[in-house]
Design a protein around this ligand. Structure first.
Ligand code: BEZ
Ligand code: FE
Length: 293
């Protein structure tokens, strides 16, 4: 086969990739070709525009290393991460809503006791975070692994600002027998996602800001349950309705309450203003997650 033109090229490519042995690879390859060709037919790029697009993806790849994942940012800012999340985590059986993982999770965070201060000396308003982990029938999940991470009060993650404090605002905790966890840290601020690369250029060209509302990330794993990846967002934040990565859901917005000096929920006496967040997480049993898939 040869002499392909605008009317014959799509079928020719579909025919070629349709020979894939693995049925999933065949399905994905065919869908990719159909949608890519439909995109090009709709947009009708000039040769120069197509080269610009290839250049954009090349710069995106070159920007990636073990500290910066520009392709995740691209997926997040185009709503692809939230769409994949919605496809895979929407059983709606009373489990806590999930949201994007983002690029700042670090595998194997340091383990802390409940009640510990995980801020590693970062400046900011002291922030007491506590809650419970249970299944959707409200059975407390003791021994659940609760990984938390958050930005500082200027909106930077420790891994972006490593020289200053090392790992900070990042911990692994384990729930007690009643499913409770707690820690002290500092109240995180809203922040711009990294926008000094091709994704930042794209946002600017699309007339968008790069900000995310203030939040604390949680990744929670308990035996027999589906892993939960989510955040809790600060109620009242100015970016809740325009999150750069489309991650906000009403059910995971909670007040970050500010308090005058005095007694904190853990009984300690604070001589400066502090903030608190309390959130109860509900995990989906793995068999229910499999049925819902
Ligand atoms: C984050 O919340 O850490 C994040 C999520 C998506 C893109 C950039 C940052
Ligand atoms: Fe974040």
């Amino acid at each position: 086969m040869r002499n392909f033109d605008e009317n014959t090229i799509t079928d020719a490519v579909l025919d070629r990739v349709g020979g894939a042995q693995d049925p999933r690879i065949k399905q994905v390859s065919e869908a990719l070709v159909r949608h890519l060709h439909a995109f090009l037919r709709e947009v009708r790029p000039t040769q120069a525009e197509w080269e610009l697009g290839i250049g954009f993806l090349t710069r995106t790849g070159h920007m990636c290393d073990d500290k910066r994942q520009e392709f995740i940012l691209l997926s997040d800012t185009l709503g692809a991460s939230m769409l994949v999340d919605a496809i895979n985590n929407s059983a709606g059986l009373g489990e806590t809503d999930s949201t994007v993982l983002g690029p700042f999770y670090v595998e194997g965070p340091n383990v802390f006791e409940n009640g510990a201060d995980i801020s590693n000396g970062m400046d900011g308003m002291p922030f007491y975070v506590s809650g419970t982990v249970a299944n959707i029938e409200d059975r407390p999940l003791g021994g659940a692994v609760v990984d938390v991470w958050h930005a500082d009060d200027h909106g930077y993650y420790d891994v972006q600002n490593f020289e200053e404090h090392g790992l900070a605002g990042r911990a692994r905790l384990h729930t007690d027998a009643e499913g409770r966890f707690s820690f002290w840290t500092i109240r995180p601020a809203s922040y711009p996602i990294p926008h000094d690369g091709p994704v930042g250029d794209m946002l600017k060209a699309q007339g968008r800001h790069p900000y995310r509302p203030a939040h604390v990330h949680f990744m929670i794993e308990a035996e027999g349950c589906q892993k939960l990846v989510t955040h809790v967002f600060a109620a009242g934040d100015e970016y809740l309705d325009s999150d750069a990565v489309f991650g906000v859901k009403d059910s995971i917005i909670q007040p970050f309450e500010e308090h005058a000096p005095g007694r904190a929920p853990d009984g300690s006496l604070r001589d400066a203003p502090f903030a608190t967040l309390e959130y109860d997480f509900r995990l989906l049993p793995a068999d229910r997650a499999a049925q819902a898939a």
